[in-house]
Design a protein around this ligand. Structure first.
Ligand code: C2E
Ligand code: MG
Ligand code: MG
Ligand code: MG
Length: 279
Protein backbone atom coordinates (compact mmCIF):
# COMPACT_ATOMS: atom_id res chain seq x y z
CA UNK A 1 0.00 0.00 0.00
CA UNK A 2 0.91 3.68 -0.04
CA UNK A 3 2.50 3.59 3.42
CA UNK A 4 4.80 0.74 2.49
CA UNK A 5 6.17 2.78 -0.39
CA UNK A 6 7.67 5.32 1.97
CA UNK A 7 6.86 8.56 3.74
CA UNK A 8 5.74 11.63 1.90
CA UNK A 9 4.43 9.72 -1.09
CA UNK A 10 0.74 10.13 -1.74
CA UNK A 11 -0.43 7.49 -4.13
CA UNK A 12 -4.11 7.23 -3.38
CA UNK A 13 -6.64 9.85 -4.39
CA UNK A 14 -9.14 10.12 -1.59
CA UNK A 15 -12.32 11.92 -2.72
CA UNK A 16 -13.59 12.36 0.85
CA UNK A 17 -10.38 14.06 1.88
CA UNK A 18 -10.46 16.20 -1.22
CA UNK A 19 -14.02 17.29 -0.39
CA UNK A 20 -13.05 18.19 3.17
CA UNK A 21 -10.13 20.21 1.86
CA UNK A 22 -12.36 22.09 -0.59
CA UNK A 23 -14.93 22.79 2.12
CA UNK A 24 -12.25 24.16 4.39
CA UNK A 25 -10.87 26.44 1.68
CA UNK A 26 -14.37 27.69 1.02
CA UNK A 27 -15.07 28.20 4.74
CA UNK A 28 -11.81 30.10 5.23
CA UNK A 29 -12.68 32.41 2.37
CA UNK A 30 -16.19 32.98 3.74
CA UNK A 31 -14.85 33.61 7.25
CA UNK A 32 -12.43 36.23 5.97
CA UNK A 33 -15.31 37.89 4.18
CA UNK A 34 -17.55 37.72 7.26
CA UNK A 35 -14.85 39.39 9.35
CA UNK A 36 -14.24 42.05 6.73
CA UNK A 37 -17.94 42.94 6.57
CA UNK A 38 -18.48 42.48 10.33
CA UNK A 39 -21.08 39.80 9.63
CA UNK A 40 -20.23 37.93 12.81
CA UNK A 41 -22.54 38.76 15.69
CA UNK A 42 -21.72 38.69 19.37
CA UNK A 43 -24.43 37.24 21.59
CA UNK A 44 -24.56 37.07 25.38
CA UNK A 45 -25.45 34.18 27.66
CA UNK A 46 -26.39 35.05 31.27
CA UNK A 47 -24.50 33.88 34.36
CA UNK A 48 -26.53 33.82 37.56
CA UNK A 49 -25.14 34.65 41.00
CA UNK A 50 -26.50 31.86 43.20
CA UNK A 51 -26.37 33.95 46.36
CA UNK A 52 -28.36 36.91 45.09
CA UNK A 53 -30.21 35.13 42.27
CA UNK A 54 -29.37 38.05 39.98
CA UNK A 55 -27.71 38.13 36.59
CA UNK A 56 -24.08 38.89 37.47
CA UNK A 57 -22.43 38.55 34.06
CA UNK A 58 -22.86 37.55 30.45
CA UNK A 59 -20.51 35.43 28.39
CA UNK A 60 -19.87 36.82 24.92
CA UNK A 61 -20.23 34.09 22.28
CA UNK A 62 -19.60 34.54 18.55
CA UNK A 63 -22.47 33.79 16.21
CA UNK A 64 -22.09 33.41 12.48
CA UNK A 65 -25.05 32.93 10.18
CA UNK A 66 -23.92 32.34 6.64
CA UNK A 67 -26.27 33.89 4.03
CA UNK A 68 -26.67 30.56 2.20
CA UNK A 69 -25.57 27.89 4.63
CA UNK A 70 -27.30 29.24 7.74
CA UNK A 71 -25.74 29.11 11.23
CA UNK A 72 -22.18 27.83 11.48
CA UNK A 73 -21.14 26.70 14.94
CA UNK A 74 -18.22 28.30 16.81
CA UNK A 75 -17.04 24.74 17.32
CA UNK A 76 -16.32 24.80 13.59
CA UNK A 77 -15.17 28.34 12.83
CA UNK A 78 -13.13 29.12 15.98
CA UNK A 79 -10.65 26.27 15.41
CA UNK A 80 -10.48 27.26 11.74
CA UNK A 81 -9.80 30.89 12.67
CA UNK A 82 -6.98 29.67 14.90
CA UNK A 83 -5.46 27.50 12.19
CA UNK A 84 -5.51 30.09 9.44
CA UNK A 85 -4.40 33.04 11.53
CA UNK A 86 -7.70 34.89 11.79
CA UNK A 87 -8.24 34.46 15.52
CA UNK A 88 -6.53 37.75 16.45
CA UNK A 89 -8.86 39.69 14.17
CA UNK A 90 -11.91 37.79 15.39
CA UNK A 91 -10.81 38.01 19.02
CA UNK A 92 -10.25 41.76 18.91
CA UNK A 93 -13.58 42.28 17.16
CA UNK A 94 -15.47 40.26 19.81
CA UNK A 95 -13.63 41.96 22.65
CA UNK A 96 -14.38 45.47 21.37
CA UNK A 97 -18.03 44.60 20.75
CA UNK A 98 -18.39 43.01 24.18
CA UNK A 99 -16.88 45.99 25.99
CA UNK A 100 -19.00 48.45 24.03
CA UNK A 101 -22.20 46.47 24.71
CA UNK A 102 -21.45 45.88 28.40
CA UNK A 103 -21.13 49.61 29.08
CA UNK A 104 -24.93 49.84 28.76
CA UNK A 105 -25.51 47.27 31.54
CA UNK A 106 -25.72 48.08 35.26
CA UNK A 107 -22.22 48.41 36.67
CA UNK A 108 -22.49 45.23 38.78
CA UNK A 109 -22.92 43.15 35.61
CA UNK A 110 -19.67 41.95 34.04
CA UNK A 111 -18.87 40.59 30.62
CA UNK A 112 -16.80 37.45 30.01
CA UNK A 113 -14.85 37.07 26.77
CA UNK A 114 -13.16 33.89 25.55
CA UNK A 115 -9.50 34.25 24.62
CA UNK A 116 -7.83 31.61 22.49
CA UNK A 117 -4.35 30.26 23.20
CA UNK A 118 -3.02 31.79 19.99
CA UNK A 119 -4.05 35.26 21.09
CA UNK A 120 -1.83 34.84 24.14
CA UNK A 121 1.14 34.04 21.95
CA UNK A 122 1.18 37.54 20.56
CA UNK A 123 2.67 40.50 22.34
CA UNK A 124 -0.12 42.79 21.23
CA UNK A 125 -2.78 41.22 23.47
CA UNK A 126 -2.39 43.49 26.51
CA UNK A 127 -2.41 46.58 24.33
CA UNK A 128 -5.53 45.46 22.49
CA UNK A 129 -7.37 44.78 25.75
CA UNK A 130 -6.31 48.10 27.25
CA UNK A 131 -7.43 49.93 24.14
CA UNK A 132 -10.81 48.10 24.04
CA UNK A 133 -11.41 49.20 27.64
CA UNK A 134 -10.31 52.77 27.00
CA UNK A 135 -12.34 53.18 23.80
CA UNK A 136 -15.51 51.75 25.35
CA UNK A 137 -15.12 53.29 28.78
CA UNK A 138 -15.69 49.91 30.43
CA UNK A 139 -13.79 49.63 33.75
CA UNK A 140 -11.35 46.70 33.75
CA UNK A 141 -13.05 45.16 36.79
CA UNK A 142 -16.13 44.52 34.68
CA UNK A 143 -14.21 42.39 32.20
CA UNK A 144 -13.43 38.71 32.66
CA UNK A 145 -11.27 36.75 30.28
CA UNK A 146 -11.99 33.04 29.92
CA UNK A 147 -8.97 30.93 29.11
CA UNK A 148 -8.43 27.20 29.01
CA UNK A 149 -5.49 25.56 30.68
CA UNK A 150 -3.85 25.08 27.28
CA UNK A 151 -3.10 28.81 27.45
CA UNK A 152 -1.04 28.52 30.58
CA UNK A 153 0.64 25.31 29.46
CA UNK A 154 2.30 27.25 26.66
CA UNK A 155 4.18 29.22 29.29
CA UNK A 156 7.24 29.76 27.16
CA UNK A 157 5.55 32.80 25.66
CA UNK A 158 5.38 35.02 28.73
CA UNK A 159 1.79 34.07 29.55
CA UNK A 160 2.42 34.56 33.25
CA UNK A 161 3.59 38.15 32.71
CA UNK A 162 0.66 38.87 30.41
CA UNK A 163 -1.86 37.61 32.94
CA UNK A 164 -0.31 39.83 35.60
CA UNK A 165 -0.18 42.84 33.32
CA UNK A 166 -3.87 42.40 32.49
CA UNK A 167 -4.67 41.94 36.17
CA UNK A 168 -3.14 45.36 36.69
CA UNK A 169 -6.05 46.71 34.64
CA UNK A 170 -8.48 45.08 37.10
CA UNK A 171 -9.36 42.20 34.77
CA UNK A 172 -10.25 38.79 36.19
CA UNK A 173 -9.48 35.37 34.78
CA UNK A 174 -11.61 32.27 34.59
CA UNK A 175 -10.30 28.82 33.84
CA UNK A 176 -12.73 27.62 31.21
CA UNK A 177 -13.73 23.98 30.69
CA UNK A 178 -12.13 23.08 34.02
CA UNK A 179 -11.40 19.41 34.43
CA UNK A 180 -11.10 18.48 30.78
CA UNK A 181 -7.36 19.00 30.36
CA UNK A 182 -4.29 17.34 31.77
CA UNK A 183 -3.16 19.67 34.50
CA UNK A 184 -5.99 21.88 35.59
CA UNK A 185 -4.93 21.65 39.23
CA UNK A 186 -1.30 22.63 38.80
CA UNK A 187 -2.35 25.45 36.47
CA UNK A 188 -4.65 26.78 39.18
CA UNK A 189 -1.78 26.82 41.61
CA UNK A 190 0.69 28.58 39.34
CA UNK A 191 -1.46 31.18 37.61
CA UNK A 192 -3.69 33.98 38.89
CA UNK A 193 -7.17 32.64 38.21
CA UNK A 194 -10.16 34.11 40.00
CA UNK A 195 -12.79 31.70 38.81
CA UNK A 196 -13.21 28.04 37.98
CA UNK A 197 -15.69 27.18 35.25
CA UNK A 198 -16.45 23.51 35.55
CA UNK A 199 -16.89 21.91 32.15
CA UNK A 200 -20.44 21.06 31.35
CA UNK A 201 -19.73 17.36 30.79
CA UNK A 202 -19.42 16.77 34.55
CA UNK A 203 -22.72 18.39 35.41
CA UNK A 204 -24.51 16.66 32.57
CA UNK A 205 -23.62 13.26 33.94
CA UNK A 206 -23.75 14.14 37.64
CA UNK A 207 -27.26 12.80 38.19
CA UNK A 208 -26.59 9.46 36.53
CA UNK A 209 -22.93 8.83 37.28
CA UNK A 210 -21.78 9.03 40.85
CA UNK A 211 -18.16 9.82 39.95
CA UNK A 212 -19.32 12.94 38.10
CA UNK A 213 -21.40 13.98 41.09
CA UNK A 214 -18.31 13.53 43.25
CA UNK A 215 -16.27 15.73 40.93
CA UNK A 216 -18.89 18.48 41.03
CA UNK A 217 -18.87 18.34 44.82
CA UNK A 218 -15.08 18.40 45.06
CA UNK A 219 -14.78 21.36 42.68
CA UNK A 220 -17.34 23.25 44.79
CA UNK A 221 -15.23 22.58 47.89
CA UNK A 222 -12.00 23.41 46.08
CA UNK A 223 -13.29 26.80 44.96
CA UNK A 224 -14.48 27.57 48.48
CA UNK A 225 -11.14 26.64 50.03
CA UNK A 226 -9.12 28.57 47.48
CA UNK A 227 -11.52 31.53 47.77
CA UNK A 228 -12.25 31.34 44.10
CA UNK A 229 -15.55 31.88 42.37
CA UNK A 230 -17.03 28.65 41.02
CA UNK A 231 -19.27 28.53 37.98
CA UNK A 232 -20.88 25.53 36.37
CA UNK A 233 -21.70 25.72 32.69
CA UNK A 234 -24.41 23.70 30.99
CA UNK A 235 -27.13 23.90 33.67
CA UNK A 236 -30.25 22.60 31.96
CA UNK A 237 -32.49 21.37 34.78
CA UNK A 238 -33.74 22.56 38.17
CA UNK A 239 -32.32 19.38 39.65
CA UNK A 240 -28.83 20.32 38.45
CA UNK A 241 -29.29 23.85 39.80
CA UNK A 242 -30.24 22.57 43.25
CA UNK A 243 -27.28 20.19 43.20
CA UNK A 244 -24.95 23.11 42.53
CA UNK A 245 -26.48 25.19 45.29
CA UNK A 246 -26.10 22.30 47.72
CA UNK A 247 -22.41 22.09 46.88
CA UNK A 248 -21.64 25.74 47.31
CA UNK A 249 -21.21 26.87 43.72
CA UNK A 250 -21.23 30.65 43.36
CA UNK A 251 -22.58 30.98 39.84
CA UNK A 252 -24.39 29.03 37.16
CA UNK A 253 -24.83 29.28 33.41
CA UNK A 254 -26.92 27.20 31.04
CA UNK A 255 -29.98 26.79 28.90
CA UNK A 256 -32.16 26.63 32.06
CA UNK A 257 -31.52 30.38 32.40
CA UNK A 258 -31.13 31.30 28.77
CA UNK A 259 -29.13 30.85 25.60
CA UNK A 260 -26.85 33.48 24.17
CA UNK A 261 -28.95 36.44 22.96
CA UNK A 262 -28.37 39.80 21.26
CA UNK A 263 -27.13 42.69 23.42
CA UNK A 264 -30.45 44.53 23.64
CA UNK A 265 -32.24 41.39 24.84
CA UNK A 266 -29.49 40.85 27.39
CA UNK A 267 -30.03 44.35 28.74
CA UNK A 268 -33.79 43.79 29.00
CA UNK A 269 -33.27 40.45 30.76
CA UNK A 270 -31.32 41.98 33.66
CA UNK A 271 -34.22 44.05 34.96
CA UNK A 272 -36.91 41.39 34.70
CA UNK A 273 -34.79 38.50 35.91
CA UNK A 274 -36.36 35.74 38.04
CA UNK A 275 -34.29 32.65 38.75
CA UNK A 276 -36.29 29.49 37.99
CA UNK A 277 -37.36 27.59 41.09
CA UNK A 278 -38.92 24.24 41.80
CA UNK A 279 -42.67 24.73 42.35
P1 C2E B 1 -17.27 27.82 26.01
O1 C2E B 1 -16.44 29.03 26.22
O2 C2E B 1 -17.09 26.72 27.01
O3 C2E B 1 -18.77 28.34 25.97
C1 C2E B 1 -19.87 27.65 26.46
C2 C2E B 1 -20.55 26.86 25.35
O4 C2E B 1 -21.52 26.01 25.94
C3 C2E B 1 -21.33 27.74 24.35
O5 C2E B 1 -21.31 27.06 23.08
C4 C2E B 1 -22.72 27.71 24.93
O6 C2E B 1 -23.74 27.98 23.98
C5 C2E B 1 -22.79 26.28 25.40
N1 C2E B 1 -23.78 26.11 26.46
C6 C2E B 1 -24.08 26.97 27.46
N2 C2E B 1 -25.04 26.48 28.26
C7 C2E B 1 -25.38 25.26 27.75
C8 C2E B 1 -26.32 24.26 28.14
O7 C2E B 1 -27.05 24.37 29.12
N3 C2E B 1 -26.36 23.13 27.39
C9 C2E B 1 -25.55 22.94 26.30
N4 C2E B 1 -25.68 21.81 25.62
N5 C2E B 1 -24.65 23.88 25.91
C10 C2E B 1 -24.55 25.02 26.63
P2 C2E B 1 -20.94 27.81 21.73
O8 C2E B 1 -21.49 29.19 21.72
O9 C2E B 1 -21.30 26.87 20.63
O10 C2E B 1 -19.38 27.94 21.80
C11 C2E B 1 -18.55 26.83 21.80
C12 C2E B 1 -17.13 27.21 22.14
O11 C2E B 1 -16.59 28.04 21.11
C13 C2E B 1 -17.01 28.04 23.42
O12 C2E B 1 -17.02 27.18 24.54
C14 C2E B 1 -15.69 28.72 23.19
O13 C2E B 1 -14.63 27.86 23.52
C15 C2E B 1 -15.70 28.94 21.70
N6 C2E B 1 -16.09 30.32 21.40
C16 C2E B 1 -17.31 30.85 21.16
N7 C2E B 1 -17.22 32.17 20.87
C17 C2E B 1 -15.89 32.48 20.94
C18 C2E B 1 -15.14 33.68 20.75
O14 C2E B 1 -15.67 34.77 20.47
N8 C2E B 1 -13.78 33.59 20.89
C19 C2E B 1 -13.16 32.42 21.21
N9 C2E B 1 -11.83 32.40 21.35
N10 C2E B 1 -13.84 31.28 21.41
C20 C2E B 1 -15.19 31.31 21.28
MG1 MG C 1 -16.14 30.25 27.74
MG1 MG D 1 -16.76 27.10 29.01
MG1 MG E 1 -17.10 24.54 27.37
Amino acid sequence: DAKAQGRGRVCVFDPAMEARFQHRRWLEHELREALRTQAIAVHYQPLIDLRTDEVCAFEALSRWTHPERGPISPGEFIPLAEEVGLIDTLGEYVLRRACADAVAWPSRVRVAVNVSPNQFRHDGLCGVVASALADSGLPGRRLELEVTESVVLADDSGVFDKLHELRGLGIRFSMDDFGTGYSSLSSLRSFPFDKIKLDRSFLQDSLTRSECATIVRIVGDLGGSLRMTTTAEGVETLEQLEFLRAHGFSEAQGFLFGRAMPADEALALIARWRTPRAA
